[in-house]
Design a protein around this ligand. Structure first.
Ligand code: C2E
Ligand code: CA
Ligand code: CA
Length: 567
């Protein structure tokens, strides 16, 4: 007998007895309560965890509609089955819309046990998804190295501070702090010691601030500090001094004393910005200024906010670069764990700059987005990638090719048409192409993103969610998109063996992806050990330096000849 906590909304003892008999016959041991007023239901919902509610449709003082509303208000997800005489189709439909899971006519009680079994099963699946959702969200909000809030969370905190500040009218200050020469520490002493240093810096910063202030690690060697309740704008100077003071004593890492210096950029509201994103951006500008001037800190001034001449020059040059074929693609193989074969490659763009040499995409993609050059750039990348793909096919090699789409491109209503054209010009099949879209690009404008993703999947291209785990899409919203692939962000993969939290997130994403029938790819695999662990977790596809760095087309061909991973 299976114990079943069942709340029975019924005013007839006889009917209740019939229900119980039916449940017992089905192998359940009902631990039940029979009630027939809203007050009683309210009380029962808080006093015990119920597996299921079985409800009559109408009772003298209560009915199923009111009961559903009550249940809804408590935000509990408990299966709700109506057992009643005929109530008419329209009312049955209304009840379903209000959240009832099934409706059984009293004459057909044989259906009760199968319905209970099914609804318990479904509720268990919903619960599992909720837990997966919550785990990933929690992990997506904290920085694993310092246990502080991460960039995504920090931005939310700053936004909330703005919402609250309208009431209090107190100034808000935002400080961005960048450790000077941290990269040297990392390079000479190794990542592990570098991480240890960041952790200790986090603790000192935390201790130097008031309870209500927030410290977050925004990435690399950058920390964000929010002072949400300054009494007066001048007080910020005092805080800056405290922060510098707290870093003065050397840090001792494995017995080695390390001196840390930092630059701080400050922006304040209402003086410099009226919203969270502007405030963050201006603090960032101030921080660069502090670095440029080699000073301890800088407070934002509008005159800082000019694009640097180098940046302007690069933007102008990028325009020519697209036309003059200075862009080139490198390709990184993706290998199936189960077969050990190369199943595709990811195209990654580089800029062979005549003066500055090879420039990586993180230096120019954002600029391209801001200047509207991303459209021509994306078109160039797609055309070149698919031309390579087509050439390979002529040599008898069938490979899928993955191309990255930036947020701007994803939200461009002309994108599907452009892709259709490029497929036609290069004479490639849509199935050969996989488009990688970052989770954060979807979050930026979910509605438009969904429209384009749907249009693209109709064309027949594959869709992959890139950098998965770093954004904060709910897992259920991904489920609604026609997506084929999830790529676990490399920040979780690379260190997964030394970081329990990373291991957990990688496992959760793999399980979650499989539950929804998606192929799960891990990027940033640098060692055999990580490869083996991913294989044990059931991950499908691997990409990373362990297999190969991204290579120009010709070099990839010779890699292929000598490699153990065959096509
Ligand atoms: P992504 O899509 O996440 O690409 C993976 C990045 O990780 C690449 O950097 C790749 O070289 C690097 N990587 C690959 N394996 C490993 C590994 O084992 N360890 C480590 N540490 N890194 C690894 P890359 O080429 O610098 O590209 C950076 C980002 O620029 C890409 O991130 C992508 O978001 C963007 N990007 C690249 N090409 C394009 C493009 O054609 N269009 C757009 N819109 N964005 C692009
Ligand atoms: Ca990618
Ligand atoms: Ca990625």
């Amino acid at each position: 007998m299976i114990a079943l906590n069942v709340l029975i909304l019924e005013d007839s003892i006889d009917d209740c007895a019939i229900l119980l008999r039916e449940l017992r016959r089905g192998g359940y041991d009902p631990i039940y309560k029979m009630i027939y007023t809203p007050e009683a239901m309210q009380q029962e919902l808080v006093s015990r965890k119920w597996d299921i509610v079985i409800s009559d449709f109408s009772m003298p003082q209560f009915d199923a509609f009111a009961a559903l509303e009550l249940l809804h208000n408590t935000q509990q997800d408990i299966p709700f089955i109506i057992v009643s005489g005929t109530i008419g189709e329209d009312r049955a439909v209304s009840a379903m819309k209000l959240g009832a899971h099934d409706y059984i006519i009293k004459g057909h009680l044989k259906r009760l046990v199968p319905a209970v079994e099914r609804e318990l099963r479904e509720a268990a699946i919903r619960k599992e998804r909720r837990i997966a959702d919550e785990t990933i969200h929690r992990l997506a909000y904290t920085d694993p190295v310092t246990d502080l809030p991460n960039r995504v969370r920090f931005r939310e905190i700053v936004q909330t501070a703005f919402t609250n500040a309208h009431n209090g009218k107190r100034p808000i200050a935002l400080l961005l702090m960048d450790l000077d020469r941290f990269k040297e520490v990392n390079d000479t002493l190794g990542h592990e010691r570098g991480d240890n240093l960041l952790y200790q810096v986090g603790i000192r910063l935390r201790n130097a601030l008031f309870e209500n202030d927030v410290v977050a690690r925004l990435g690399g060697d950058e920390f964000g500090i929010l002072l949400p309740q300054l009494a007066a704008a001048e007080d910020v100077q005092h805080v800056i001094r405290n922060l510098h003071d707290c870093l003065e004593q050397p840090f001792i890492i494995d017995g080695i004393p390390i001196v840390v210096e930092c630059s701080i950029g400050v922006a304040m509201s209402p003086d410099h910005a009226d919203d969270a994103d502007t405030l963050l951006q201006r603090a960032d500008i101030a921080m660069y200024r502090a670095k440029q001037m080699a000073s301890d800190y800088a407070i934002y001034e509008p005159k800082f906010n000019q694009n640097s001449p180098e940046r302007l020059r690069l933007m102008a040059e990028l325009r020519d670069a697209v036309e003059q074929n200075q862009l080139q693609l490198h390709f990184q193989p993706k290998v199936s764990i189960s077969t050990g074969k190369v199943i595709g490659t990811e195209a990654l763009v580089r800029w062979q700059h005549p003066r500055l040499g090879l420039i990586f995409p993180d230096k120019f993609i954002l600029t391209a987005e801001q200047t509207g050059l991303i459209g021509p750039l994306t078109q160039w990348v797609l055309t070149d990638a698919l031309t390579h793909c087509q050439n390979a096919r002529r040599e008898g090699i069938q490979l899928k090719i993955s191309v990255n789409l930036s947020a701007r491109s994803l939200h461009d209503p002309h994108l599907p048409e452009m892709i259709r054209k490029v497929l036609k010009i290069t004479d490639t099949q849509p199935e050969q192409l996989v488009l990688e879209i970052t989770e954060s690009a979807i979050v930026l404008d979910p509605k438009r993103a969904a429209e384009n993703i749907t249009a693209l999947s109709k064309i027949g291209t594959g869709i992959s969610i890139d950098d998965f785990g770093t954004g904060y899409t709910s897992l259920s919203s991904i489920k609604q998109l026609p997506v084929n692939e999830l790529k676990i962000d490399k920040s979780f993969v690379t260190n997964m063996l030394t970081d329990a939290q990373d291991t957990m997130i990688v496992r959760t994403i793999i399980d979650f992806g499989h539950n929804f029938g998606l192929m799960v790819v891990a990027e940033g695999v640098e060692t055999r050990e990580v490869y083996d662990a991913l294989a044990a977790f059931g991950c499908d596809v691997i990409q990373g330096y362990f297999i190969s760095k991204p290579l120009p087309c010709e070099q990839l061909k010779s890699w292929q000849k000598n490699s153990a991973y065959k096509i």
